[in-house]
Design a protein around this ligand. Sequence first.
Ligand code: GDP
Length: 238
Amino acid sequence: MAEAREILTEIFPPQVIDSDLAEVGRRLFAREARFVAGASEASALLHDTLPEIAFAGRSNVGKSSLLNALTGRRALARTSNTPGRTRQINFFDLGARLMLVDLPGYGYAEAPKTEVRRWTALLRGYLRTRTALRRVCLLVDSRRGITEIDHPMMQMLDASGVSYQIVLTKTDKLGACELALVAERTAAELVAHAAAHPEIHLTSAFKGPGIAALRATLGSFALAAEEPSTVVLRGRPQ
Ligand code: GDP
């Protein structure tokens, strides 16, 4: 088992974190995270004043749990056993350095069609117009890997030219060998997606070092301490 973990970190380098970056990430996510606003229609979206990282994934993928684990808060984002409950875009200010954006979960079979259309339009509008959006973390349940339910979202991200990366969730439910297989399969699938970042993060909201590694990656997008947080951001970095 230990050997499989070592292979995993060799194949998927984001799991191995530079200690300086880890410290930047740790400090950033130790700052206060607070809910700022929820938008259920485009007109209610906040002006973008901070670099943004958005979190997307099918309902029940573990998105709320991951946001809570990253920020060290028990109930920043509401977790639920009722899939499809989050139906708006929620904005969380992280210490006036970074905006964490919780996008509505998709793929909930029982969601009414009009509702699905509404949030698809909201999401498309958000992705196309958001100049402060630095990256989308696309959460995928490690037990399933990418499925056809994720394809429309990946196509939307590719079409919008928004850089996104896969974050595998609930990795505590798999053994190291199974995890290595799903991670390799996922990496192979990403090759065909123009806007997908090749790095894959392996996380468990309940345990594991993946949270620190993800904090370190996201820390590189935050405003530096000396930068004013009220500037209106323009353009996306390469
Ligand atoms: P969301 O609908 O994507 O926000 O998903 P939630 O965060 O509400 O999680 C859905 C279910 O998965 C809940 O029962 C959580 O307890 C469970 N879950 C979330 N993250 C993990 C994890 O890292 N490990 C395990 N074993 N279960 C998790």
